[in-house]
Design a protein around this ligand. Structure first.
Ligand code: ADE
Length: 395
């Protein structure tokens, strides 16, 4: 049964402590836009009680205030983010302006990630890439690396720093990176599973896909250093970790792709865009009913054939994300169209190859993520452990 917008807003498990005063938010340039929504850069004024502190944030809003479906999708995204709570590898919610929601305006304030989305970032840095593996996917020796560093102009020290990515460095100390003010600091415990009313999940009404097309943000341009294999491994590890957190909270992302991963300072990668997310209630997975735009090349075989979404279907998408990483942002299934022929090929067992830049053990990860039977795919925590063990054996 479909609820009206006002009814929905009424039972939205929204904690007033998330509310941020609209007048203290100064909207700026556009960071991204999809068919239904857009994200702008903004300054939040008066953070931490002092009138003078200003913090850069990102604000998500609907494109057209008369598009009820878009507004519903954003409400749903806000609910998912409130429910999720904070994690280092997730783009965290900072607050929301909901006062004008009946007029169709909802502003969702999230962390600003300086380097934008990973897909654009990879493409931009393609020509500065330092490949640390040979043609078999084995790591180069120090001497070989030395030579490669000289060629690329990068010092061996900075290279070693890059290699020393230690899983324990990426701490789970994901306390809210920025407290707005006391009203806004969240108590996730209060918004536990039980506080998300079951009745709000309108399974018959599919949500739009939001694909952000990143535009020029001046601050994104400042960073021009090269990326290396260890960076790509670190990002694949961090996203497995973030997805493991989502899975532990029984949230399906539904649209994991490099375009939906944002890059923050210190090489931290964060999962963004919960517009397609679902909280799994008592069923193990979510069945999509309508047609709508679908990220076909990232979707698991069972999502394509039966419209079934689950944590294992997120694992499939994770495999495609890893493929994007190690091809430095190529479009998956190059030369193929996202159509019935691709689906037929996948059903027959066709899969993409391990990218040349990926260390050999990623071949096994990709193969297992793309198993036909969802039950045979690894869990995110298994992937996390596997990458961590390989990283440890290097340092
Ligand atoms: N583009 C979309 N969301 C963004 C965010 N939170 N930070 C930076 N760029 C973005």
């Amino acid at each position: 049964q479909q609820l009206g917008l006002e009814e929905q807003v009424e039972i939205l498990p929204y904690d007033k402590r998330w509310e941020f005063p609209r007048h203290r938010l100064k909207l700026g340039v556009q960071l991204g836009a999809g068919c239904f929504g857009r994200v702008v850069k903004a300054q939040a004024i008066g953070v931490k009680d002092s009138e003078n502190t200003v913090q850069t944030v990102a604000v998500k809003m609907v494109r057209s205030q008369t598009n009820a479906a878009a507004l519903e999708a954003l409400i749903s995204e806000l609910k998912i983010m409130i429910y999720l709570g904070a994690h280092l590898n997730v783009v965290n919610l900072l607050g929301a302006c909901t006062k004008s929601i009946v007029k169709g305006e909802l502003l969702v304030i999230v962390e600003y990630c300086r380097f934008g989305n990973l897909q654009t970032y990879l493409v931009k840095h393609r020509n500065h890439f330092i490949n640390q593996v040979d043609e078999f996917g084995n790591f180069l020796t120090d001497a070989e690396m030395q030579e490669r560093c000289q060629l690329s102009g990068k010092t061996m020290e900075s290279m070693n720093e890059c290699m020393a990515v230690n899983p324990s460095d990426i701490e789970m100390t994901s306390q809210r990176s920025a407290h707005f003010n006391n009203e806004c600091s969240v108590s996730v415990a209060e918004l536990n599973e039980a506080s998300v009313p079951n009745g709000l999940e309108h399974g018959e009404n599919e949500l739009p896909q939001s694909m952000w097309v990143c535009q020029q943000d001046p601050e994104t341009q400042t960073h021009q250093s090269s990326i290396c294999t260890a960076d790509l491994i670190s990002w694949s590890f961090q996203i497995a970790r973030g997805m493991d957190y989502l899975a532990s909270k029984k949230v399906i992302h539904g649209d994991l792709a490099a375009r939906n991963v944002l890059l923050a300072d210190n090489g931290v990668a964060k999962i963004a865009d919960f517009g397609m997310s679902r909280k799994m209630y008592y069923k193990g997975n979510y069945k999509q009913s309508g047609q709508g735009l679908m990220p076909v090349k990232w979707m698991a075989i069972e999502s394509l054939t039966d419209r079934v979404f689950s944590t294992p279907s997120d694992v499939w998408s994770y495999g495609v994300f890893v493929w994007e990483l190690f091809t430095l942002g190529k479009v998956p299934y190059p030369g193929m169209e996202a159509n019935h022929e691709l689906i037929r090929q996948l059903e027959k067992g066709y899969r993409m190859e391990k990218p040349d830049f990926a260390p050999s053990y990623f071949g096994g990860i990709l193969t297992s993520c793309w198993k036909m039977d969802p039950k045979e795919r690894p869990t995110f925590s298994q992937i996390e452990e596997l990458i961590a063990s390989q990283m440890e054996s290097l340092v």
